[in-house]
Design a protein around this ligand. Structure first.
Ligand SMILES: [Cu+2]
Length: 457
């Protein structure tokens, strides 16, 4: 992890001077750790305070804290950041401590938490702690429960964690713009009793969306619904890291939706139960089996399963246009259209003209089309059997034998046991079963109305 201090230490005297001034001005505010990489960081084992099993943030990290007289102190810095959405595309976003989403905050039921928030954005902000039960004045709604945090100022939030569960944080100030720019983070409160709802692997991420025109780097902040980059933790496939799971581990996957539409998140290979929402833990008697879970706008869900089946299991949003990257929407359907003659005529005028879509869009996954700089191909990602034809909200749960307890390294593609992969059939085809012949007189079936007999006593 790169802390701000390490970064400054290695970046020369001029920056050190600036840091000294701001540290002195900030007095007792704890150092704000920062993260320069978009990769999944290993779980942050608690160095002090109550014990717990830490989470792993997909393509993210957990914010370190310090203990101060019984208070757990964190420092968030709201600031412009550059986030690589996938190799080949970096977005100019707003986030916290060097990344969008900001770092995951982890603490324990009963903890007294103090969170310093420094505003380095060009406009005011606040933070709302979504789902957390706290005093009204700590709720972070600009204008309603507090004045907005002015540019350059630091505010402090203090509350005690009344219950464990799955929560998030985001601004409640110029909210549409600040969330469209990527300001959000995950907040996990672990149970006081580490045996309660214990799992071996606990993953978290936020669903978020951007509208970044091809060739641009800054999101269009006035977009209401027509977003073109569907992300998990500000990453798109194939750059969303896999969920690496040891066979037979108990696994929890938690996510929150801060886009402007719902997402049916579907996992292959298993059934599972939703065990937690942002409202709290779901009692056993109220759970039912699912293979997809729809998460509405502003909701959070956590599901659990025991990873008995090894393999590379797809996990994705079931809205198929959310498993694409930025695309032109104004394209007519060309399936079934033979436009060879037309294409020749157009190519006389536009030599680079390309015919596409006559046989579906699968060719897109293989095509090397010239794209504007800083633009991702639409359907991409390669697997062991060829192009995966997926972008956006898609990744893989990789269940493997023999991983170490805290090993989250990508184990590569699954090696299928001999004879267990769907294959081309080259033998004789069985005759297709014919439909049962219709009864001979079906066309002239006679209907006889029978008057119900009346009972005679
Ligand atoms: Cu979706």
């Amino acid at each position: 992890m790169n802390t701000r201090r390490n970064f400054l230490r290695t970046s020369g005297a001029a920056l050190l001077g600036a840091a000294a001034v701001s540290r002195a001005a900030q007095g007792a505010v704890p150092e704000a750790a920062t993260q320069s990489k978009p990769d999944t960081q290993p779980p942050l084992m608690p160095a002090n305070g109550r014990p717990y099993n830490p989470v792993v943030t997909i393509n993210g990290w957990t914010l370190p804290w310090r203990m101060n007289n019984g208070w757990k102190e964190f420092h968030l810095v709201a600031e412009p950041v550059r986030r690589q959405l996938a190799p080949g595309m970096t977005a100019h976003l707003w986030g916290y401590n060097g990344q969008s989403p900001g770092p995951t905050i982890e603490c324990v039921e009963g903890d007294k938490v103090r969170i310093f928030v420094t505003n380095k954005l060009p406009e005011h902000t606040t933070i709302h702690w979504h789902g957390i039960l706290l005093p009204n004045g700590m709720d972070g709604v600009g204008g309603l429960t507090q004045p907005q945090i002015p540019v350059g100022k630091t505010f402090v939030y203090e509350f005690e964690m009344k219950k464990s569960g799955t929560f998030m944080y985001h601004p409640h100030a110029d909210e549409m713009v600040q969330m469209a720019m990527g300001m959000m983070g995950f907040f996990v409160v672990h149970p006081k009793n580490p045996a309660f709802m214990k799992v071996d692997r606990d993953f978290v991420f936020l669903l978020n969306a951007f509208d970044i025109k091809p060739g641009a780097a800054t999101p269009s902040v006035n977009t209401m619904l027509d977003f073109n980059l569907w992300c998990w933790n500000s990453r798109v496939f194939p750059a969303i890291d896999p969920f690496v799971v040891r066979r037979n581990d108990r696994v929890r996957i938690r996510f929150g939706n801060l886009t402007m539409t719902n997402h049916p998140v579907h996992m292959h290979g298993y059934d599972f139960e939703v065990t937690c929402t942002d409202g709290g833990w779901v009692p056993k008697s109220a759970r039912w089996p699912e293979v997809s879970v729809d998460v509405a706008v502003g909701q959070m869900r956590a599901f659990e399963f025991t990873a008995t089946e090894p393999g590379d299991w797809a996990i994705h949003c079931h809205k198929s246009h959310h498993t694409m990257n930025a695309m032109g929407h104004g394209v007519p359907t060309m399936i079934g259209v033979d436009h060879r003659g037309v294409a020749e005529k157009i190519m006389k005028l536009v030599p680079d003209y390309m015919v596409m879509g006559e046989r579906g869009m699968a060719d897109m996954g293989e095509m090397e089309m010239p794209l504007p700089d800083n633009t991702l191909p639409m359907m991409t990602g390669r697997g062991p059997f060829g192009p995966l034809e997926m972008g956006g909200m898609f990744t893989v749960v990789k269940v493997r034998d023999g991983l170490a307890r805290n090993d989250y390294k990508d184990p590569g593609w699954f090696k299928h046991p001999e004879g267990t992969v769907a294959r081309e059939w080259t033998g004789p085809l069985p005759a297709a079963p014919a439909a049962k012949p219709a009864p001979a007189a079906a066309g002239q079936a006679e209907l006889r109305a029978v008057k119900p007999a009346s009972h005679k006593h």
